[in-house]
Structures are given as structure tokens and as C-alpha cells.
Ligand binder design. Sequence first.
Ligand SMILES: [Zn+2]
Ligand SMILES: [Zn+2]
Length: 374
Amino acid sequence: MSTPPGEAAATALGLPSATSTSDLPGEAPASVLSGEAPASDLPGEAPALDLPSAAPAPDLPSAVPTPDLSGEAAATGWGLPFGRPGRFWRGNLHTHSNLSDGALSPADTAQVYRNAGYDFLAITDHFRPEHDYPVTDTRDLRSDTFTTLIGAELHAPATEAGQQWHIIAAGLPLDFAPPTEGETGPELARRARAAGAFIGMAHPSASLLTAVDATSLDAAHAVEVYNALADRENRGDSWHLTDVLLNRGHRPTTYAADDAHLQPQDPPPCQAWVHVRAESLDPTDLLSALKAGHYYSSTGPELYDVRVEDELVVVRCSPATKILLSGGHPGAEVLEGIGLTEGALPLALFRGTHCRITVQDATGGRAWTNPIHR
Ligand SMILES: [Zn+2]
Ligand SMILES: [Zn+2]
């Protein structure tokens, strides 16, 4: 264990100081849910990511050329959302209804989330021929206090594992055309992004995506770093591949989602979500904020403020047992205790690379910022 470099500065702020764990590889995996039934949409396909403005990966053979799709993200930057105008709106970006392999109608699915206090939902049915390529129309489920994003989970050949891609597209037009003959996953994702959608690389771990796969999905705004359904097979967490991509110069943001199907064998819904910072609940505002990275993800804790002050990351959160700073360098800065609601962690370990805050509560729930780039 190395000496905590930020201790003096943190003490000066009157905040608990962090303990460096530079000899540890990272945090423990998320909890494993029991159950043997196959995950409805997990095995058998891998999603693609979109990596806007990624630098060429020098050792990736045959990577698809990267179109310049990064303008909107680059223009808005990747700053933390906490001081931005508006408020946080809670939503799930990955959900299935009975228009594909979910159990409930779109209306009943939305009711589950509305009853749980969510502000918005993207129903993302499988965009496959056996379901007649649904882009589920949820406009009539919107109200003054709840809204929807029109979306789908897109599929096309083929990942390195020989499977179909799984690509989340939220903000699709209702008339988005089915894949054309020979259209690949990365091509399909580019077409969805060009049509206005926020693109997510779904469950990379469960799909066994490789760095070559992920790099080819150059239209992705974000990586689905936590998928509650995939957690059942202990492949819910996709931070490793994400850190590899970030260290290669890609700039995806990161979201957590349920991938809810509401089938009897599935985990319960409302396990993983995003808090999107926007001035209104208008779908256009939510989409703009998602594309700009103005959001954070959670399976439980709330983040009230995360900001960089000089050489510290200062955090305020709901009661936690751990506040963790990790990122593009092995090791981490860790604060541990009971009922932690604030802390300051030194940035020194992550000089020259990205980092993020993870907050964990007493029940094992976690919240993650998007990657922070210095
Ligand atoms: Zn999927
Ligand atoms: Zn899915």
C-alpha cells in the first residue's frame, strides 16, 4: 500500500482521506443472482459500441475505419453534470415488452417503472424479423410527469465470437428501416445514430465482446457498463473493456440498465438506471443530455455532487460504505466507513488518464460517474 498522496489536502478540507490501493487490481464484481434460466437476450450475441473520436488503436488488426461521428460530443465536452442547469431525471434505457420477448405490454411495462418513481423509460424491443422489426410506439404513455424515448435493440452480424451484435438505440424514428442485406452491426449503429439515436453498446461482457469488436462500433455514444440481467450470469459488469477502450483514446460514456423482460425467471426490474441532468423531461432534452454525457448511473446510491478541486475529486452522496476513485491506471483511491456522505480523493494516481467515482452502499448498490477526463 502506498502512502495516500491526498491525505493532507483532504484533511485541509475537513473531509475523510482516501487510502491508496495501487497494488490491487480493482473492485469486486457485482453480486451474482441465482437462477439457471437462460437470459432472454444475452447469450448468443454481442453488442457493438460506438466510440466517437477514438484514436486509431495501433495493435487492432482490421478495425473498421472510424467515421467522424464525434462532433456533438466533442462540442459539449465530457464534464460532470452536477453543476449543470436543470435537475436529474431517472430512467431505464434498456427494456423489452411483449412486442418482442418481454412479458408485458408496453403500457404495463411503463406502469412498472412509473410506479417505482422513474421519470422516463426507453422500451427497446429486439429489432428482429421474428418480431416484425418493432420500433415500439410509446408516445401515448407520456404524461406531464413521465416520458418515453422511442427505441430498439438492434441486431446484425457479427462479432468476433461469431454472434450478432446487440446495440441499444434510444431516440429512433418510428419508421427506422430494417437492416439491409449484408448490413453489419457497426453500419447499422451508424445509420441509427445518423437518424438521431443515442447509441449504446449493450452488455459487452455477456456478449464476450473484444477490443476489436468494441473499436469497430464507432457510432456508439456509450458502453452499457452494467446490465442487471447479465449480472445473473456474473457478467453484469463491463468496466474492464471500457477502461481498455478509454486507455486507447476512445471517449465513450457509460450507463447502467435493467435489460428488463419482466419474465418470471428474470431478476426483478428497477435494478439499474441512469440519472440524466436536463432542464426538462422533454425527450429531446433527455436525448441531448445523454449524448453529451450529462448523466450518471446507479444501482442504488445517489450522487449529489462530484467535482474536481485542484488535485482532489470531491464527492457528496447518499450514505455509503465506500467511495472509490479508479480509472485508467491500476490501483485506486478508497474511502471506507459507515454512513459516508462526503469525501475527497487525490487525483495524482490518474494524472494523464481518465478516472471515475464509484460509490457503494451498505447493501452493495453502486453508483458511477461517467469517465472524467482531465
Ligand atoms: Zn441484448
Ligand atoms: Zn435486451
